[in-house]
Design a protein around this ligand. Structure first.
Ligand code: ADP
Ligand code: MG
Length: 676
C-alpha cells in the first residue's frame, strides 16, 4: 500500500462507500490521510449536575433515581430517567430506544455524556452516550476521538477505521524538512504528525502534530506566492494608460471629498497603471473606508483610455450592488461609459448578449461574479481586473481573470484588516496600499456585549429604531454540523421574531441555501426599505451596503472570530444615522467576555486584528478556529501567525535557497489547496 493506492483496496470499503469517499474528494489513501478531522470529541471528567450548562456536551455521573418511563407513540417512543447526584437531579431522554427500559431498570450508578439543552421543565440531556456500569467511562477519559466532516450515508466510524488501517499499513514516508529546521522551529517529524492529527493521544500530541502540518501548509503556500511574484515581475503590458481628465472631473463632482488616504492610494494606483509592468496591487481598507469609489476610478481610467475593465465580486448580491452604484454614479455625472452586469443567474440569452458586447468591445466596464471568468467570457481589450473582497476568491481564480487579457493590471480589494507584517507574507505576490482613514462624517458605532437575558430589551430597541424609519440585521448562529439545520434555525428565528415584533414590521430571512433569485429579491426589498428586519446567516457579511440599516445584532457572538464580527459590524454605520451593534452571548466565560470586549472598545479593524492575534494562544484551538479569512486546510492565519512568520522566514532564508526541500515544496506549490 502507498499514497496512490485507491481507497477501495482498504478493508470494508465497497463500491458504495467508495462513491461516498469520492464525493468528499478522496480517491487514494494519500487523499484519505490528508482528510483531517474537523474537531475532536474529548471525553472530559464528569461534572456535578449543578454545573451543567445549556448548549454544551458534558458528562455526568449519578444514580438512576425513580422509575424508567417510556412514553409517546409507536413512531416516537421516549425513554426517560432521572439521574441524581448530591448537587441535583437531571432528566435524561432517549428517542426510539424503548429497549433501554430493561437495562436501566436495574438502577445503580451510570455515566452519561451528551448535549445539555433547556426545556420547559429545566435542563435535559438528550440522547446521551451511556456508560453503564459507570467504570467504563474511565477507559475513555481524556481520549480524543477524531470527528470528520462527513457526507450523507458515510459514518464517522467508517472514516476512522479506514484512516486507522491506512496508517497501520502504509510504509513510513520520507521526511521532507531538514532536521536542523525542524529542531530550530520545534516541528514534529512528518509521520508522527500525520498519525497525531488523526489519532492524538492527548492535546499535547495534537498541538505538535498540527503545528508541523500547518507549517508545511504555510511554507507551500508561500512558495506558490513566490512563483506568482516572479511571473508578475515579468508581466509587461502595452496599454500605455494615461491619466484621464474625465476622471479628475468625476472626482471633483463627487458629493464628498476623498479622504487623504483615498487620495494617496488612488495616486499609487494611477502610478502603477501608467507603467508597462502590469500592476498587482492589494488595497486594504477597513469596512466603510470607501474602496468602491477607488475601484471605480481605476475602471473609469481604463475605459476612458479606450480599454475594458472588469470588477469581480464574490456574490451576486454584491455584484449587483456594485453595478447599481456604479451606473448611478456614472449617470449622475453624465459619463457615457457602457457598464454591464454579468452573473450566473442571468438567462442564457441575457448572458449571450453581454458576452457579445464584451467581445466586440461595446461593453467598457463589466461587473459580475465568477461568470466573468467562464470560458465563454471573451474580452476585446481587457486592461484592468479588480477583484473585491478577494479573500473569498482563490489565487487561481484571480489568475484566471487576469488571464483573460494581455497581462492586465490587477487590483485586489480587501476589507480584512491584517497587521502589516502578516499582510506582507499573505499577499507576497502583491504590492500593498492601505486606506487607513474613514470618511470624517461618520458617527462611531455604539456597541454593547450582553447576555441572552437582554434579548427582550434588544427587540424593543429594534422596534424603536424601525419606528424611526431605520432597518436592522440579526445574525443567527452558525450551525456547524449541518447546513440543513442552519436553514431551519434562521427560518425559525425569523418566524419567532415576526411574531414578537407584530405585523407592522416586516421580517425576512436570508441564508446560503436559498436560490439566487430569492436572495436577490430579499436584498432588493431590504435595500428599498420594504423589509425592515433581516435575519440572516453570515452570507450577509460580505460588502453589503444599506446605509439606512442602523442595528446589527449578532446572536452567539462568542462563536465568531473577532475579525468576522468586525466585518459583520461593518454592515451598519454606513449612513448619517447613529448605528448600534449588539453582541449577544450565551457564554458566561470570562475569557469570552474579554475577547468580545475588544470589539466593544474599538471600531478600528487593524487594532482589533492585532488584539485578536495577541489573545489567541494555542489553547484556543478547540474554540473558534477560523478567522474567516483564508481557508487553509488546517492553519488559521491569526491563530497561527507565529508559524506563518516562521514558515516565511524559513522559505526566504539563505540556506533554503536551492535546497532539496524547497524544491520539493515548490514542485507541489501549484497544487496548494489554499482558498484565499
Ligand atoms: P467599503 O470600503 O467597505 O467597500 P464603500 O466603498 O462601500 O466602503 O463605501 C461606504 C460608503 O461611504 C458609501 O456609501 C460611499 O459612498 C461612502 N464614501 C466613500 N468615500 C467617502 C468619502 N471620502 N467621504 C464620505 N463618504 C464616502
Ligand atoms: Mg466594499
Amino acid at each position: 500500500m502507498n499514497k496512490l493506492t485507491p481507497v477501495h483496496e482498504l478493508k470494508g470499503i465497497g463500491e458504495k462507500t467508495e462513491k461516498l469517499f469520492l464525493k468528499l474528494g478522496i480517491c487514494t489513501v494519500g487523499d484519505l490521510l490528508g482528510y483531517y478531522p474537523r474537531g475532536y470529541d474529548i471525553y472530559e471528567e464528569a461534572v456535578p449536575v449543578s454545573e451543567l450548562e445549556e448548549g454544551k456536551v458534558q458528562t455526568v455521573t449519578g444514580a438512576i433515581f425513580g422509575r424508567v418511563q417510556v412514553s409517546g407513540n409507536r413512531a416516537m417512543q421516549v425513554t426517560t430517567i432521572h439521574v441524581k447526584d448530591i448537587t441535583g437531579t437531571l432528566k435524561v431522554v432517549w428517542f426510539r430506544m424503548p429497549f433501554l427500559r430493561t437495562t436501566l431498570a436495574k438502577g445503580g450508578v451510570i455515566t452519561l455524556r451528551g448535549l445539555v439543552s433547556r426545556k420547559k421543565s429545566g435542563l435535559v440531556m438528550e440522547h446521551p452516550e451511556m456508560f453503564y456500569p459507570s467504570a467504563r467511562y474511565e477507559e475513555k477519559l481524556h481520549t480524543m476521538q477524531p470527528v470528520y466532516p462527513l457526507t450523507g450515508g458515510l459514518s464517522n466510524n467508517t472514516v476512522m477505521k479506514a484512516v486507522r488501517q491506512a496508517l497501520d499499513e502504509m510504509p513510513l514516508e520520507r521526511e521532507l524538512l531538514p532536521e536542523g529546521l525542524r529542531l530550530r522551529c520545534h516541528l514534529a517529524e512528518y509521520n508522527y504528525a500525520v498519525r497525531g492529527i488523526h489519532f492524538p493521544e492527548d492535546k499535547e500530541v495534537y498541538f505538535q502534530a498540527r503545528n508541523r502540518l500547518v507549517f508545511e501548509e504555510f511554507a507551500q503556500f508561500i512558495c506558490s506566492l513566490r512563483a506568482l511574484r516572479e511571473e508578475k515581475d515579468r508581466a509587461r503590458n502595452h496599454f500605455g494608460i494615461r491619466p484621464a481628465p474625465g476622471v479628475d472631473a468625476f472626482i471633483r463632482a463627487l458629493p464628498y471629498e476623498l479622504t487623504g488616504a483615498q487620495k494617496k492610494v488612488w495616486e499609487e494606483i494611477l502610478g502603477d497603471m501608467q507603467k508597462d509592468v502590469s500592476m498587482s496591487r492589494l488595497v486594504q481598507g477597513d469596512v466603510g473606508s470607501g474602496k468602491t469609489v477607488i475601484a471605480l476610478l481605476a475602471l473609469l481610467t481604463a475605459a476612458l483610455n479606450g480599454f475594458q475593465g472588469a470588477l469581480m465580486a464574490p456574490t451576486e448580491v454584491l455584484a449587483k450592488q456594485h453595478y447599481e452604484s456604479v451606473t448611478a454614479m456614472l449617470a449622475r455625472h453624465g459619463i457615457p461609459v457602457r457598464t454591464e452586469l454579468l452573473t450566473g443567474s442571468m438567462t442564457a440569452k441575457e448572458k449571450r448578449d453581454v458576452y457579445s458586447r464584451m467581445e466586440d468591445g461595446t461593453a467598457q466596464i463589466i461587473i459580475g461574479t465568477h461568470a466573468l471568468i467562464q470560458e465563454k467570457a471573451v474580452y476585446r481589450n481587457l486592461a484592468l481586473v479588480v477583484t473585491d473582497e478577494q479573500h473569498r476568491f482563490g489565487v487561481k481564480q484571480r489568475e484566471k481573470l487576469a488571464g483573460k487579457g494581455e497581462m492586465p493590471h490587477v487590483l485586489v480589494m480587501s476589507a480584512t484588516p491584517i497587521p502589516r507584517t502578516l499582510a506582507i507574507i499573505l499577499y507576497g505576490d502583491l504590492d500593498i496600499s492601505v486606506i487607513d482613514e474613514l470618511p470624517a462624517n461618520r458617527l462611531p458605532i455604539k456597541n454593547c456585549v450582553v447576555d441572552t437575558s437582554y434579548r427582550p430589551t434588544a427587540y424593543r430597541f429594534i422596534e424603536k429604531q424601525v419606528a424611526q424609519g431605520r432597518q436592522c440585521y440579526i445574525i443567527c448562529p452558525m450551525v456547524e454540523e449541518s447546513e440543513h439545520l442552519e436553514v431551519e434555525n434562521v427560518t425559525d428565528y425569523a418566524a419567532m421574531l415576526q411574531e414578537e415584533l407584530g405585523g407592522d414590521i416586516c421580517v425576512a430571512c436570508l441564508h446560503g441555501k436559498m436560490k439566487q433569485e430569492q436572495k436577490d429579491g430579499i436584498m432588493e426589498q431590504f435595500g428599498s426599505g420594504q423589509i425592515q428586519v433581516l435575519v440572516s446567516t453570515t452570507v450577509i457579511e460580505v460588502g453589503i451596503n444599506v446605509p439606512n440599516a442602523t442595528v446589527m445584532m449578532v446572536e452567539n457572538a462568542e462563536r465568531f472570530g473577532l475579525a468576522q464580527l468586525h466585518q459583520l459590524r461593518g454592515r451598519v454605520g454606513r449612513g448619517e444615522h447613529q448605528s448600534y451593534c449588539i453582541f449577544m452571548t450565551g457564554s458566561h466565560d470570562q475569557e469570552t467576555k474579554e475577547r468580545l470586549d475588544i470589539l466593544n472598545k474599538s471600531n478600528d479593524g487593524f487594532k482589533i486584528a492585532a488584539e485578536d492575534l495577541k489573545l489567541r494562544g494555542p489553547g484556543d484551538l478547540f474554540g473558534i478556529r477560523q478567522s474567516g479569512l483564508m481557508n487553509f486546510r488546517l492553519g488559521d492565519v491569526f491563530q497561527d501567525a507565529k508559524l506563518l512568520k516562521m514558515a516565511s522566514e524559513a522559505v526566504a532564508s539563505p540556506e533554503a535557497a536551492g535546497s532539496e526541500w524547497l524544491k520539493k515544496l515548490e514542485a507541489h506549490a501549484g497544487t496548494a489547496s489554499v482558498i484565499l
